[in-house]
Design a protein around this ligand. Structure first.
Ligand code: GCU
Length: 615
């Protein structure tokens, strides 16, 4: 399952030194030691630890004599060493730096992280990998002074094999994390979310036998007329050099099968499966799945379900469904900063359940793995997205390779999550030929990597020049997606809420319409009449009228209003009201629900399912 994208990245010399490898599947089920905790840090806005005063990279020479990655201390009183990790402050990992220290709140640039650890191989384990859940945005990783490589992209996992490179004691792991924004990056320089920097997710030393089950996908095979239900299994071993047997078991369903890989360790099979209960929001049934080969065994919890579109319907397990959704950023407003833990996922997705949701849009970048695993358990369907947001450098091949890699790493990580039903490749990107070509390439990548899910993006709407109350969705990219999903802010950025009562829509495609964003800012606790912007009453009225407008659209099949809870944004300076928060949440950053929360909940509990399109 090594992707062309991965090879493209290597070919493009995307990394100085080695390119981080796509991470192995299901790391949380693996043997290993956590490297989470307090790491010493050096804040280095001038990248003094990486470049000399001639701006020449210090790690380029075979035996570098200086550079923070060497993690050295003065040997004696005569030696000049102008940094000292041991004497430097610490930051918690996982965690962003912005919410941990007031003086780093606005900081964008380089921070060096260092931890030390001892290692004695676990019994039966011959290989070791350093696994990172994510690091925003660019991470250069050094072990015992030697460069392992670089990873670019702030929201997906990566790893480096360190077999044979570890010492019994005092291993020095140094990571240079740089969250500087760049025009040719993904995302680019302008976003409406906080650019949290750091080692934002778990860091783990993973141990495996010589041959390991690196990647696998276990899901219902695409339906074939009259054919019995089958489970399709594909496996990729790492370390195999000859055809190798692999056993797949689903004990609770009485299923067991053995396949033999090819010499490169790749294999697939289909297992007839008569009595599997389908996963759904009403019944989020998960099965234990065991995949073993030689000394290695991976255990996962997998739900089996089918998701497809037929005409303007979305079908879950063959039945029309309405996507009662909400959008969400990966932030824990109560603690502040990036969300990263299972507890954070339970807090945020718990609120979505309270709202009556069966669907959540994880915007605008891959959230941590706990989100999808908790969504599996809670019975929430998910829309996952790559941060191709607003004005990306469409004609830059490195930018496309970067976006392709982030999408590939996301799909590789979450391909066994029943909750994930949509891969979204972009948000609010202006229509142009180069843009549509760029996005089509991402759609092709998604469909090649995973034919079992829907693909979409948050597209744009335009106004009929002849009629200001007429909205048209005919984005050329809509021809390549399974859903016709778009953002609309009528009543907030576009007129007042009354306008919603007059709007009519035209869609260029006979596809399920999914409104990926609508909403209005409201400061929790601020009250006024329904025309007072930023009041709860304005937001409440806008929700009521928007749901009325959408209910008049025959092919309307779902929505993910913007947004579940207020979130930090550097684009929202309005004193007293915004103070650096986007206030479109239905819940304030204090966890208190606003009036509109109940408007949407009541609609979801009473009326929404009538719009599933079931005939
Ligand atoms: C946009 C965008 C969001 C943004 C929202 C807003 O549509 O997709 O990222 O936060 O609108 O303006 O509040």
């Amino acid at each position: 399952m090594k992707t062309n994208a991965f090879r493209a990245l290597v070919a493009l010399g995307f990394a100085s030194g080695a390119c981080a490898a796509p991470a192995m599947q299901n790391v949380y089920a693996r043997t290993g030691i956590t490297l989470d905790g307090k790491w010493h840090v050096i804040v280095d806005p001038y990248e003094n630890g990486a470049y000399n005063y001639r701006r020449e990279p210090l790690d380029a020479s075979p035996n570098p004599s200086s550079g923070y990655f060497l993690d050295r201390r003065a040997a004696d009183r005569t030696e000049l060493v102008e940094y000292d990790f041991d004497a430097s402050p610490t930051l918690m990992v996982p965690g962003d730096w912005n919410s941990q220290q007031e003086k780093l709140f606005w900081y964008e640039g380089t921070v060096w992280y260092r931890t030390r650890f001892d290692h004695s191989p676990a019994p039966g384990m011959q290989r070791q990998f350093l696994h990172f859940g994510a690091a925003n945005y660019q991470a250069d990783v050094y072990l015992n002074g030697a460069k392992l490589g670089r990873h670019v992209g702030g929201f997906t996992p990566f790893e480096f094999e360190v077999t044979g490179k570890l010492k019994p004691t005092g291993n020095s792991l140094v990571v240079k994390v740089d969250n500087t924004r760049h025009a040719d990056a993904v995302p680019t320089v302008n976003t409406d979310w906080w650019n949290y920097g750091g080692l934002t997710r778990d860091v783990t030393l993973v141990e495996t036998p010589r041959i390991l089950v690196r990647d696998y996908q276990v899901q219902l095979a695409p339906a074939r007329a009259a054919a019995a239900t089958r489970v399709a299994v594909s496996v990729q071993l790492d370390g195999a050099s000859a055809p190798t047997p692999v056993t797949v078991e689903i004990p609770e369903a009485g299923l067991r099968a053995t396949l033999t890989t090819d010499a490169a360790g790749s294999g697939r099979t289909e297992i007839p499966a008569r009595n599997l209960s389908a996963w759904s929001p009403q019944q989020p049934k998960l099965y234990e799945v065991r995949i073993s080969s030689g000394q290695d065994r991976v255990v996962d919890r997998v739900g089996f379900r089918r998701i497809e579109v037929r005409g303007d319907q979305v079908l879950l397990n063959g039945r029309p469904v309405f996507l009662r959704g909400i959008s969400l950023h990966e932030e824990n407003p109560l603690r502040g900063g990036r969300a990263y833990s299972e507890e954070d996922a339970r807090l945020l997705l718990g609120w979505a359940k309270e709202l009556g949701c069966n669907f959540v849009r994880l915007a605008h970048y891959p959230h941590n793995e706990h989100m999808a695993r908790v969504a599996d358990e809670l019975g929430l369907m998910l829309w996952e997205e790559t941060p191709v947001y607003w004005t990306i450098a469409w004609t830059n091949p490195d930018t496309l390779a970067n976006a392709t890699n982030q999408l590939t790493e996301l799909i590789t990580r979450d391909r066994n999550r029943a909750s994930v039903i949509v891969w979204s490749v972009a948000n609010e990107t202006p229509v142009s030929e180069p843009r549509t070509r760029f996005l089509r390439s991402l759609v092709d990548t998604a469909r090649r990597l995973d034919a079992t899910r829907l693909v979409s993006a948050a597209m744009e709407v335009h106004v009929d020049p002849a009629d200001n109350d007429h909205r048209i969705v005919d984005d050329p990219f809509g021809a390549y997606t399974d859903l016709l999903s778009f953002n609309q802010y009528i009543g907030w950025y576009d007129g007042l809420p009354q306008k919603l009562d007059r709007i009519r829509w035209t869609f260029a495609y006979d596809k399920p319409v999914m409104i990926s964003e609508f909403g209005a800012d409201a400061l929790q606790g601020m009250h006024g009449d329904a025309l007072t912007r930023f009041s709860e009453e304005y937001q409440e009225d806008l929700y009521r009228r928007t749901l009325g407008m959408l209910s008049r659209i025959p092919q309307w099949r779902g929505t993910t209003p913007w947004i579940l809870v207020d979130f930090r944004s550097p684009r929202r300076p309005l004193p007293v009201i915004q103070d650096g928060w986007n206030r479109k949440g239905l819940i304030g950053e204090n966890g208190v629900k606003k009036k509109a929360f109940y408007v949407l909940r009541d609609f979801y509990l009473r009326d929404a399912d009538a719009h599933s399109g079931s005939r």
